[in-house]
Design a protein around this ligand. Structure first.
Ligand SMILES: NC(=O)c1ccc[n+]([C@@H]2O[C@H](COP(=O)([O-])OP(=O)(O)OC[C@H]3O[C@@H](n4cnc5c(N)ncnc54)[C@H](O)[C@@H]3O)[C@@H](O)[C@H]2O)c1
Length: 439
């Protein structure tokens, strides 16, 4: 398993869990040292115990030694990062470097499986890079390249990997397809979930999935803002449409905009590819523009209530991670919200159950930004509570205590977490997304 981030570490561990002999390799030696010392560099429910179990059983190991990694197995999964480049395109340098590292060393048949999210045509680039390295060595070792995009969700990654909705395999090599069928057989004993397709379609499928989900979020955000203007309640509208099986319940939650390590970069990368091919996606351009604007909506509500100059104001901020159950801060909406509040002279006391260390790394030290040890500690003396991430522990706070401990009784609910009437009954003003304000 090449790359031990959210995808590589989870995939490697879950493959070991069903009996495979897995070696996880990463160029980040500090990460490997931490794993070898029993630590886990990311927060993912269930992962730590599963790592420990499989390391103890001798099925899972970690290395920073690339020779050992290439020699380890016939199946080489590439799960390295594909971060956005300056122009929005996916930065393919890590994937190509991982492919070259294999080409420089392999001595027997390999299946190189691309698990990273990569633009259409990457499998061909990976094949070419390995071919070049083999040619440079003057050897001819057969290999296959397959695409196996990953659909796991951070925060439920182990569960998603162990019980996938589907496994997409893009390949044109029968031996590779048979090997990947065998790898995934233990995860689909109930019924067949493997969808085999051509390489390019597999690569596009991953972007299509994320683009569709991002579209649903932006659609709901835009509709929520309209509901605000029309005096309708988006939560009631959500229930009215989610109950239609053609629409379904998932990804219909309005909020402070999508973030994370995937949607923003994948939407941009797909748009970049589309534009390069003379087919810019008009819908996706709107999805992105709506999302950018949505990151400002909560602060606009705060400004509408408290004025543009927030100097001397203090805000309690609940939730830093881009979504619950993860410590991932990449493109988290909290970053834009904190920035906007500090920029207007306010001070912020933030709390998150797991992402505070990661947030400190992402934000660095900022004047007037502090972190609290408990949600209620953040609230003491604050001019308002701002809810940014819908962690379970924020769902049912003691509203009377909130009223007592806040300096002024204001709740800005960026995730529509609370029943407005309930909050109001406790004597608090409640401002949410697409719901009538209870002032
Ligand atoms: N995070 C998710 O929820 C998720 C879900 C589905 C797909 N993906 C995709 O999977 C890929 C990996 O994402 P992630 O979130 O796990 O990334 P990550 O940043 O958490 O981890 C990537 C790891 O790859 C390592 N790496 C970089 N170059 C390497 C090399 N040449 N050899 C070995 N290791 C190398 C890095 O040191 C890092 O530890 C991306 O393409 C992403 O879009 C991510």
């Amino acid at each position: 398993m090449i790359g031990t981030g959210y995808v590589g570490l989870v995939t490697g561990t879950c493959l070991a869990e069903v009996g495979n002999d897995v070696l996880c390799f990463d160029v980040n030696a500090a990460k490997i040292a931490m794993l070898n010392a029993g630590g886990v560099p990311i927060h993912e429910p269930g992962l730590e115990a599963m790592i420990r179990r499989n390391v103890a059983a001798g099925r899972l190991a970690f290395t920073a030694d690339v020779d050992r990694s290439v020699a380890h197995g016939a199946l080489q999964f590439i799960a390295v990062g594909t971060p956005p480049g300056e122009d929005g395109s996916a930065d393919m340098s890590y994937v190509i470097e991982a492919a070259r590292a294999i080409g420089r060393r392999m001595t027997e048949w390999k299946i190189v499986v691309d698990k990273s999210t990569v633009p259409v045509g990457t499998a061909e680039r990976v094949r070419a890079a390995i071919g070049e390295e083999l040619a440079r060595r003057g050897v001819d070792v057969p290999f296959a390249v397959a695409s196996n995009p990953e659909f796991l969700k951070e925060g439920a990654a182990v569960e998603d990997f162990m019980k996938p909705d589907r496994v997409v395999i893009g390949a044109d090599d029968e031996r590779a397809i048979a090997a990947l069928r065998a790898v995934y057989a233990p995860f689909q004993r109930n019924h067949e979930r493997l969808i085999v397709m051509d390489l390019r379609s597999a690569e596009l499928t991953k972007y299509a999935a994320n683009a569709m989900l991002a579209t649903r979020i932006s659609f709901m955000n835009e509709l929520a803002n309209l509901a605000d203007a029309l005096g309708a309640d988006i939560e009631q509208v959500r229930q009215g449409i989610g109950s239609d099986p053609r629409i379904g319940w998932h990804f219909l939650y309005p909020g402070v905009g999508y973030g994370g390590s995937c949607f923003p970069k994948d939407v941009k990368a797909l748009q970049h590819s589309a534009t390069e091919h003379g087919r810019p996606l008009r819908l996706l351009a709107a999805v992105e523009a709506v999302n950018e604007a949505q990151k400002r909506v909560l602060v606009e509500k705060i400004v509408a209530r408290l004025g543009d100059d927030l100097a001397g104001r203090r805000f309690a901020l609940w939730g830093l991670a881009f979504k619950p159950n993860t410590d991932d801060m990449r493109e988290a909406p909290s970053l834009a919200i904190i920035d906007a509040l500090l920029g207007r002279g306010a001070s912020v006391v933030a709390y998150d159950p797991v992402a505070m260390d990661e947030a400190k790394r992402a934000i660095g030290t900022r004047e007037r930004l502090a972190y609290a040890r408990a949600p209620m500690d953040a609230v003491d003396n604050a001019d308002a509570l701002v809810v940014v991430t819908e962690w379970k522990e924020f769902r049912s706070p003691d509203f009377d205590a909130l009223k007592r401990r806040l300096k002024s009784p204001l709740v800005f609910d960026g995730r529509n977490l609370y029943d407005p009437a309930l909050v109001h009954a406790a004597g608090l003003e409640h401002y949410a997304i697409g719901r009538k304000a209870f002032a």
